[in-house]
Design a protein around this ligand. Structure first.
Ligand code: SF4
Length: 190
């Protein structure tokens, strides 16, 4: 049997009125936020994506992340998140997320698994090699044709991320300057 547009709208209105009288949806809505996170441990953190620095609540059960949402008590975002922040759960809990060091040697077409100690030693070695090769103690200024002390390397750049807090950024930039690196950039600025 067919149904006209008017009959369809009348049926929908009656159903909505019946639900409103029974009170069921409003009770369910009021309880939903509490039951959804009942018994879970909540930890606060900051979204790693951009310089806005929205606050997050990470809910865990038995040490595993089961939910991530905006922190309603955070002064910056007051519970709201943009689409990137809203999808953070899928970044944290994702079987396609790479969690091991995979290394492809120059000229090779194959990635091999390495451990963190190996990776840290390798990074330190390559940084030292690059710095030694490119460090300049002085540089000629073409305008006045004088040699000035610069103590820098242009062979490396440092790139920070929005997941770093103030103290980490301070240490990170100090380390860069101590290495003689003048090119510092930040992921959230790009
Ligand atoms: S990426 Fe979105 S949720 Fe994350 S800090 Fe920036 S604005 Fe906030």
């Amino acid at each position: 049997m067919g149904m006209s547009r008017r009959q369809f709208l009348q049926g929908g209105a009656l159903t909505a009125a019946g639900i409103a009288l029974s009170g069921t949806p409003s009770e369910a809505n009021a309880d939903a936020p509490v039951t959804r996170i009942k018994g879970l441990k909540a930890s606060t953190t900051i979204c790693p994506y951009c310089a806005v620095g929205c606050g997050l609540l990470v809910h865990t059960k038995d040490g595993k992340i089961v939910n991530i949402e905006g922190d309603p008590k955070h002064p910056i975002n007051q519970g709201a998140l943009c689409s990137k922040g809203s999808s953070l759960y899928q970044v944290a809990v994702n079987d396609r997320r790479l969690q091991k060091i995979m290394y492809r040697a120059p000229g090779s077409d194959t990635f091999v698994e390495k451990n963190w100690d190996w990776a840290m030693d390798r990074i330190a070695l390559r940084m030292k090699e690059t710095r030694d090769k490119t460090f300049k103690a002085t540089e000629l200024n073409k305008k006045d044709n004088k040699e000035y002390v610069v103590n820098r390397t242009d062979g490396m750049a440092f790139f920070g991320g929005a997941g770093l807090d103030n103290e980490e950024c301070y240490l990170w930039s100090k380390f860069a300057r101590a290495m003689g690196v003048g090119q510092l950039e930040h992921q959230a600025r790009l």
